[in-house]
Design a binder for this molecule. Structure first.
Ligand code: KG4
Ligand code: ZN
Length: 344
């Protein structure tokens, strides 16, 4: 049995965790920066980097104390090395490098998306490769075929906004604050999902990619029209998003070899309405549905430690001069899609 320290700092959560190779989370801490970013309605990279730099070292010290471990008792130090906001990523990666250098423990530079992709296996020892993964977060919206550690085939991605981003923008339009996903979900419970006619971008298209920019603009027009209540707008937006996700998944999975399980990961995976739509979709296709516990869906360091543990088990580690990567696609062979901007 081994034990890995994980560090996460790619967006607006600073986190550290100790996870064993036999799936025990020994200690974990997450410091959210929501309060710092809330006045701006979104994450401000410079504020994020400064906050990570202030808080990360004490957080690491706390998990080490709680685990009752010295650095040289670790089997690896795993840190997110991208993709993400480069200032924050560098804070975490450079800290990990310094600890690895001082202790002689191997460094593992983890792709944040690989953390999300493998996190369901931390919670569920029965989940075997290959599986279909819907990765839906603030920065990413992809369907992947997960074939093994380090082996990912991208089946679809977004040509504009990520799904979490669409939730955040809808929240902003409705004046619900940041982060918007949970607030939109709460308000949607009181609304009628059929009240507002909203588009389902790309639904019916033969390519399984996503697009949410048009949906967001339609939400803005619905709000400006004054014809609809906010709860109805939230519920109708969420329903449109669900319809898009299910249609895109159907096309993506039809185009790929059959996989026994459908897994959802990333912050948006904590949305109960989306989870329940995915569950019925999976049942219809005779697939097992796996959704990690909520705390493993949003950004955390246990998933980074676990990805490190999986890579350690397959004999991998990284040199201390590993360079942080603001963009780092999981499937480097995937073609960029038309319209795709900054998304990996
Ligand atoms: O994975 P994550 O914590 O960070 C990124 O890597 O982006 O995902 C954060 C995203 C945000 O856009 C947030 O609004 C969204 O996940 N989110 C939700 C819910 N909880 C978080 N979206 C919809 N419904 C939720 N309950
Ligand atoms: Zn994430």
């Amino acid at each position: 049995m081994g034990i890995v320290l994980g560090i996460e700092s790619s967006c607006d959560e600073t986190a550290a965790a100790l996870v064993t190779t036999d799936r025990k989370i020994v200690a974990q801490r997450i410091a959210s920066q929501d309060a710092e970013h809330a006045p701006y309605g979104g994450v401000v990279p410079e504020i994020a980097a400064r906050a990570h730099a202030q808080i990360l070292t004490p957080l690491i010290a706390e998990v080490m104390r709680e685990g009752g471990l010295e650095l040289d008792q670790l089997d690896a130090i795993a840190a997110t090395a991208g993709p993400g906001l480069i200032g924050g990523v560098m804070v975490g990666l450079v800290s990990a490098k310094a600890l690895a250098m001082a202790s002689g423990v191997p460094l593992i530079a983890v792709n944040h998306l690989e953390g999300h992709a493998l996190s369901p296996r931390l919670a569920d020892p029965e989940l075997k490769f290959p599986y279909a993964l819907l990765l839906v977060s603030g920065g990413h919206c992809q369907i992947l075929r997960v074939e093994g550690v380090g082996q990912y085939r991208r089946l679809a991605t977004t040509i504009d906004d990520a799904l979490g981003e669409a939730f955040d923008k809808t929240a902003k339009i409705l004046g619900l604050g940041y982060p918007g996903g949970p607030a939109v979900e709460r308000l949607a419970r009181q609304g009628d999902p059929a009240a507002v006619p909203l588009p389902r971008p790309l639904v019916g298209s033969g390519e399984p990619h996503f697009s949410f920019a048009g949906l967001k603009s339609a939400v803005m027009r619905a709000k400006d029209s004054g014809l609809y209540g906010d709860a109805d707008i939230a519920a109708s937006f969420q329903q449109a998003a669900i319809d898009c996700v299910i249609d895109r998944l159907r096309i993506g999975l039809d185009n790929s070899e059959k996989m026994p399980a459908l897994v959802v990961a990333g912050g948006v995976a904590s949305n109960a309405a989306i989870r329940s739509a995915l569950l019925s979709f999976a049942l219809d296709r005779d697939m097992r549905f796996v959704a990690p516990p909520m705390a493993l869906c949003t950004d955390n360091a246990a998933m980074i430690a676990w990805a490190g543990a999986e890579r350690l088990a397959s004999g991998q580690s990284d040199p201390l001069d590993f360079v942080a990567r603001p963009r780092w696609p999981l499937d480097p062979s995937a073609e960029p899609v038309r319209g795709a901007g900054a998304k990996a």
